[in-house]
Design a protein around this ligand. Structure first.
Ligand code: NAD
Length: 333
């Protein structure tokens, strides 16, 4: 039985027209986005093997997943070769520390997961003749000099800055995925995900949405970095999951941007969270991290045209659902 808390995390109904996979492997499936992907695949009748070393996973996600019929957790670090006995027709490679707090704490693990982990996940897809999707990131655009960012933009990344362990790992993972498809003919695609938020984020993972919600619910000041004018595009997790599965069901190699083009400044985001929570919190400006991008907004012409995908959930709606989930967790139901 899925508990109330997990039902609160259920994000959108399955799409009946979507391709049916028999068995998918989701690396990083016990994490935030990965656990939603696993849940959606299970809802669609796909068996799921979730491969995760649990380095940044929340134990609740793991319990919710492994309690579901058709879901198996393989506790493994993807930087080491791994195999799955049962035939696999889809590999979603989502393993990687993703929040700055995590990848700054785990710099070498992040680089190795992007490089060795991607090599091993690609090898699994090749062995099974499965479709492979790499979860890349808008961070490959670095601090962009082009705005909004289309897939044709090559990015502006500091290769030796603190964030490079994540950005460069993903850039390498993209190059490896393209080379693998060329050399071995593996059916591989790349999605570049923009900042995704929603239920099941960890309140202390350092990303803006869960940090602001946690602070607002606790009546603490919301800590906005710099002057708060830097922008992000926030995509609700159900939209991200739909975009990833649309990409999986296509024959595109990509990369394809999956993100919400509604751009919002960090200060406006903080004010919106305060309004939606009804909190009496104020805002406190703190130092901006090194190499923090000034703007972030996807050009999603490609996803709209080739995948017939675009985000459906507005920021106020998605934030309200996320706040409701955080409140339910606080109450322990
Ligand atoms: P997350 O930290 O919640 O989940 C990552 C999962 O990967 C965790 O369960 C972790 O334990 C697992 N993992 C990490 N290294 C591993 C390894 N070597 N072997 C096995 N498991 C490993 O992060 P998330 O936000 O869910 O992100 C998931 C993926 O999506 C990442 O690849 C990330 O780069 C990508 N992405 C996320 C966002 C976002 O806004 N959430 C944006 C762009 C890209």
């Amino acid at each position: 039985m899925r508990g109330t808390r997990d039902r609160a995390a259920a994000v959108q109904p399955s799409r009946p027209d979507a391709p049916r996979y028999r068995h998918a492997v989701v690396t990083g499936g016990a994490g935030f986005v990965g656990s939603h992907l696993c849940a959606e695949l299970l809802d669609r009748g796909t068996e799921v093997t979730c491969v995760d070393d649990l380095c940044t996973a929340h134990p609740d996600h793991v319990r919710a997943l492994t309690g579901r019929p058709g879901c198996t957790l393989l506790r493994a670090d993807v930087t080491e070769p791994f195999s799955v006995a049962q035939p696999v027709d889809l590999v979603l490679h989502f393993a990687s520390p993703a929040s700055p707090a995590d990848y700054l704490r785990l710099p070498l693990h992040t680089l190795e997961t992007g490089s060795l982990g991607t090599r091993n996940a690609l090898a699994l897809a090749r062995e099974h003749g499965a479709r492979f999707i790499l979860a890349s990131t808008s961070e490959v655009y670095g601090d962009p000099l082009e705005h909004p960012q289309s897939e044709r933009y090559w990015g502006n990344v500091n290769p030796v800055g603190p964030r490079s362990v994540y950005d460069e790992a993903k850039r390498f993972a993209e190059a490896l995925t393209v080379a693998e498809a060329e050399v071995h003919g593996t059916d591989a695609g790349i999605v570049r995900l923009f900042n995704t938020y929603g239920p099941r984020m960890r309140g202390h993972d350092g990303r803006a949405v869960p940090t602001f919600i946690r602070q607002a619910l606790a009546g603490e000041p919301l800590t906005v970095t710099g002057d708060g004018r830097q922008t992000r595009s926030l995509t609700y997790v159900a939209d991200t999951v739909a975009g990833v599965l649309a990409m999986a069901g296509s024959e595109l190699r990509g990369p394809v941007n999956i993100g919400n083009p509604d751009e919002i400044s960090m200060l406006d985001l903080a004010r919106l969270v305060i309004r939606l929570t009804g909190s009496s919190s104020g805002v406190r400006l703190i130092d901006r991290p090194t190499d923090d991008p000034m703007v972030r907004c996807p050009d999603i012409t490609l996803a709209r045209g080739k995948l017939q995908w675009e985000p459906r959930v507005t920021a106020p709606d998605g934030l309200a659902r996320t706040i409701a989930w955080f409140r339910a967790r606080e109450r322990g139901d």
